[in-house]
Design a binder for this molecule. Structure first.
Ligand SMILES: NC(=O)c1ccc[n+]([C@@H]2O[C@H](COP(=O)([O-])OP(=O)(O)OC[C@H]3O[C@@H](n4cnc5c(N)ncnc54)[C@H](O)[C@@H]3O)[C@@H](O)[C@H]2O)c1
Length: 346
């Protein structure tokens, strides 16, 4: 895919809510032409007013996609499949906000369509682009802390604070926080482990401390990787903290890493040192770097969009999430089917 890199690309943003707004801002800063499809006319008008001259408002999803070089699906998770399939049908490189879908069946549908049409699709797990997490990932590849012994990741939020999208969040159901919150921590754990998950266990607490959030609040997961490494994922939806987000701690045979995506440093411990060392790391909204990465890819300035997940990697995370839901219900250890087994069963 090679384009004249001086020519601005046109990005279609499907769904101009809170997160769509971040995607629009990112594309405006990148100098792209922007077309949006947003069924709420007050919202689309507000965007058109804010970005006067830079945003075209389309009447249908198809019309928006037709005009675009790249498509960003920023609708509620239960609408992702509709937008993603429409975009793939028109062979447009597509970013799908996290979670790529709200169930495995729809994720497989998107995977099959994208693979058949050979259309690049990126899963919107942009916490990976947190500078401290990227440094961790690089250090792990160089075995800077030796052999990994354990990975802990969390995602902690106070869901009472979220006023937008309350209606669609209800439709995610009792285990909805797996998809809208814990998914970040699950993805980070799997990405940093860099190997397949073999089996999982899940405990979802029944205690309610936050009646305004109608669903399960405390989620605890164990991921057992192929080489026997254990990943621990904890997520809570009812924690009134100054900053919501993800903390990751990786323990290795020669040291450890510790960072949070909202705190501007990475802590590293090296075996034999008397204390952790702290190095500065930038913090900030990671939707902007995700958009920039895909932008470069679409312009032909890079061959891939690693470390962001392609549709196969994103589907593998969805397979794990599906197994975690089953494990929470059954109380048993659930084996993770391979991609081939999953596709054969659907
Ligand atoms: N990556 C992150 O950190 C992060 C954070 C929050 C939300 N999200 C995800 O981003 C997506 C959007 O979340 P949000 O918080 O912006 O929600 P939101 O409710 O603020 O926005 C969704 C928008 O989509 C529009 N919409 C609904 N159905 C549509 C359809 N069929 N076609 C086009 N537009 C439609 C709605 O009118 C609304 O404006 C969700 O998948 C959510 O899980 C990601």
């Amino acid at each position: 895919m090679s384009r004249n890199s001086e020519t601005p690309i046109t990005a279609a943003i499907i769904g101009a809510g809170v997160v769509g707004g971040y995607h629009i801002k990112a594309q405006a800063e990148l100098g792209s032409n922007i077309v949006i499809f947003e069924p709420d006319s007050r919202r689309s008008q507000a965007v058109a007013d804010q970005y006067s001259g830079q945003v075209v408002v389309a009447r249908t999803i198809e019309e928006a996609i037709e005009q675009a070089d790249t498509v960003h699906i920023c609708t509620p998770p239960m609408c992702h499949v509709e937008g993603a399939l429409a975009s793939i049908e028109q062979e447009k490189p597509t970013i799908i906000e996290k979670p790529i879908t709200h169930n495995l069946d729809e994720a497989i549908e998107i995977y099959k369509a994208a693979t058949k049409a050979d259309v690049p699709v990126m899963g919107g797990m942009h916490f990976r682009l947190t500078p401290a997490f990227l440094k961790m990932s690089e250090g792990l590849q160089e075995e800077e802390i030796g052999t990994v012994t354990s990975i802990e990741s969390n995602y902690v939020h106070d869901m009472r604070r979220l006023k937008a999208g309350v209606e669609w969040r209800q439709r995610l159901g009792q285990c909805g926080f797996i998809y809208e919150g814990a998914a970040h921590a699950i993805d980070l754990n799997i990405w940093l482990a860099g190997q397949p998950v073999d089996e999982v266990q899940a405990t979802i607490g029944s205690k309610k401390v936050c009646p305004e959030y109608g669903w399960s609040e405390d989620l605890n997961f164990t991921l057992v990787y192929e080489d026997g490494t254990v990943g621990r994922v904890w997520s809570n939806a009812a924690a009134p903290l100054p900053q919501h987000g993800s903390r990751v701690t990786v323990y290795g045979s020669n040291g450890a890493y510790d960072a949070h995506n909202k705190y501007p440093f990475l802590r590293t411990y090296r075996d034999g040192d008397s204390d952790w060392s702290t190095e500065p790391a930038e913090v900030g909204q990671t939707i902007r770097p995700m958009a920039a990465l895909f932008h470069e890819y679409v312009k032909g300035e890079r061959d891939d969009f690693g470390p962001m997940p392609n549709i196969e990697e994103a589907l593998k995370v969805m397979i794990v999430i599906g197994a975690l839901e089953r494990a929470a219900k059954s109380g048993r250890v659930e084996r993770i089917p391979t991609l081939a087994e999953t596709l054969a069963a659907h």
